[in-house]
Structure formats: C-alpha cells, structure tokens
Design a protein around this ligand. Structure first.
Ligand code: PMP
Length: 363
C-alpha cells in the first residue's frame, strides 16, 4: 500500500478516514432506501432520526444539558459573529470583545456596525518577537457588558486562550477551530459557535450551542426569521431546509468521536501531537514558532523558516512527500500545520521526519 497523504489544511480540513469511507460506501444508497441521504427530505422520518441522533451525540460528547439549545445552522462562523451583535447589542449597552488575532478582530469590527464595542487587545510581543497573551488583570474590562466575545483558539496566529473566562456578562466563544478538541464546562458559556469545516464536517454549516435563558436578552424584531435563534431552537434548526449533507457528515464524525473515546481522548491526543511538533520546532533556530510557550495552540501551529527564501521549496517538497495544506495564512506567510482531531499521530511523525530531512539538506 502506498503512503497516505496527510492534509494539514486549517479549513476546510481533513475529515477522519473512516468517516469518508462510510460516506463513500453509502453515498448512493443510504439505509437501504436506494437513494442518497443528499436526496431525501429533511422532514422525512429517516432524516429526522439522523438529525436527532447527531444532536444527542453532540450533547453527549460535550456534556450539554437541556439549559442549552443546540442548533445546526447554515453558513459560516462569520454569519454568527454578524448575527450575534444584531441580536444582542442594542440600546446603549456595550459589548466586550477580547482581541487575540485576526478572527476575534473581525468579529469586533462587525459588531461595531451595530453598537458600542469595547475591543480589548490582549496580545503583546516580547523582546524575542514572540506574541503572548497579557495578564487578564491588565485588561480594561466593561462594567456590565451586553456580552463578552472571545476566541479561545485563533486559527491564523496559533494562539490559545484556554480555561474559563470571567465576565460580568454572558460569555460568547468562537470555537470554530477548537471545538471537540478539549473538555469544556458547558455552563461556563452562554453561547458557543463553530464553523463546521475543521473539527465537525464539511464547510457550509455552523453549530451553535446557546443557553436558552439568553433568548430573553435577544432582540429579534428586525431580524429575518431564519436568524432568530429562539425560533430555530423551537423548530429544530429546520425553519427552512438545513444543510442536510453537512449535518449527515457531522453525524458520522460524532459517531467516530464516540468510538474513539470522546473529547477527553481527543484532548489527550491533541496535547501529545502538538507537543511533539513544538518540541521538534524548538530544537534549534532553523524552524521557529512565534508564540510564547504558554499560549501556543494545540490545533494550529504556524512556523517560519530561518530563511524565508526557502518557503516555496519547502512547500513543494512537502507536497511531493504527500504532506499538503501547509502554507501559512496569506496574512502571516510561512507555514502552518493544523492538527485537528482527524490528524493521526502518524501524520505528525511524517511531518517531523520530512522537516528533519529538509533541515539536513538546507540547514
Ligand atoms: N473564526 C475562526 C476562529 C476561524 O478559524 C474562522 C475560519 N477559518 C472563522 C471564524 C470564519 O469562518 P467562516 O469562513 O466559516 O465564516
């Protein structure tokens, strides 16, 4: 058998191989119906059963109780960081936005179109040129924010803000690039959203987990009905046709996660995989990750080469070695290896072996 291709793309990202195999197997004939799951009504008994099981599995994986509604919505994370201020930022209330990278910054800009925003930059650079998260005691917090929005994992820069976030208002987290990769206390969050295309399934769907009590603070009057979270919760995310195939693939991913041992197991693997790559990068100065050790992401690991001129050669030779999707985001350049749940540890071995050989030849 030839070597597999390992895909390190930040998103849309690789899906677990057994999930893709199963999807392929049943593509043309789902549950013996003789047609594809793509081709059946979202209101059919069969599809409803799938949708409910996917929700139940996600609830089990993240220990979500009934105080939170779970929604499977169209579109990307950007839709959510636009709809949130439209729903929650009204009157002269102020919303608090912690900014630790590109996505949290974009969310703050979007919110400022609808109301007052206190954007708090929580990243600085040390003398070595490494970015780090500043001490929370130094943040200029809002007294009574309409809500606090933050991004526990910044996908582009590779910065992680872990643990429980204190706030005097509802806590909203963009978990697009870290959901299901670590155990969280669901009650620490009033609203979680995550674009599917990293740890959940294909692009085109976003998961929302929202405390039902937050609906009371939302103003839906001037919003299209499809953006009304309470109504979506009432109608099982089926006000209109949901992204049925994405939802189906997510259900296969949840099955796979349960089989693998759930989120605690994913967290263990994420720590092991990322540590292995960081340890390799830190050996000398041929490769460099520009984030302070304490704040490094477990999901997205950007790195630069000592000599920028070698980037194109690195990427080309990596591709020949069947290691793809390693180009860094256009805004930061260099390289980035994303190690989502679907990345087996063998992929990290293959990457570090390749990086060692590249260093030997060009160092
Ligand atoms: N937030 C984060 C943390 C992301 O990584 C991304 C996409 N990479 C987004 C938001 C935007 O997602 P979408 O393209 O689905 O709108």
């Amino acid at each position: 058998m030839s070597n597999p291709t390992y895909n390190f793309c930040a998103g849309p990202a690789a899906l677990p191989k057994p999930v893709m195999d199963k999807a392929q197997q049943e593509l043309l004939d789902w549950q013996g119906l003789g047609i594809s799951v793509m081709e059946i009504s979202h209101r059919s008994e069969e599809y409803k059963a799938l949708a409910e099981k996917a929700e139940a599995d996600l609830r089990q994986l993240l220990a979500i109780g009934d105080e939170h509604a779970v929604l499977f919505l169209h579109g990307g994370a950007s839709h959510q960081f636009s709809t949130i201020p439209m729903s929650l930022l009204h009157g002269d209330r102020e919303a608090e936005y912690l900014s630790n990278g590109m996505w949290s910054g974009k969310a703050a800009v979007e919110a400022s179109r609808y109301g007052k925003v206190n954007e708090i930059n929580i990243v600085q650079m040390d003398e070595q040129g490494n970015r780090f998260l500043t001490d929370p005691a130094s943040w200029q917090r809002s007294d009574k924010p309409a809500y606090t929005h933050y991004t526990p994992n910044e996908t582009i820069e590779g910065i992680r803000l872990g643990g429980k976030l204190d706030s005097n208002g509802p806590v909203i987290a963009d978990m697009s690039s870290c959901i299901l990769s670590e155990v969280i206390g669901i009650n620490d969050y009033d609203f979680i959203y995550a674009g599917a295309q990293k740890n959940i399934g294909p692009a085109g769907m976003t998961i929302v987990i929202v405390k039902r009590s937050l609906f009371e603070q939302m103003n839906f009057e001037r919003l299209p009905k499809v953006f009304n979270y309470q109504e979506q919760a009432k109608q099982g995310s089926m006000i209109n046709t949901p992204p049925t195939y994405a939802w189906y693939l997510a259900s296969l991913v949840f099955d796979w996660l349960v089989e693998q041992g759930g989120v605690a197991e994913m967290e263990k693997r994420a720590i092991e995989k990322s540590q292995m790559l960081y340890d390799f990068i830190d050996q000398d100065d041929f490769y460099r990750n520009p984030i302070a050790v304490k704040d490094r992401s477990r999901m997205n690991i950007p790195f630069i080469l000592k000599d920028d001129a070698l980037n194109a050669t690195f990427l080309e030779q990596a591709k020949q070695a069947k290691l793809v999707g390693l180009k860094g985001h256009r805004s930061v350049g260099g390289m980035r290896a994303s190690l989502y749940n679907s990345m087996p540890i063998e992929g990290v071995y293959a990457l570090t072996d390749f990086m060692a050989e590249f260093k030997r030849r060009h160092g």
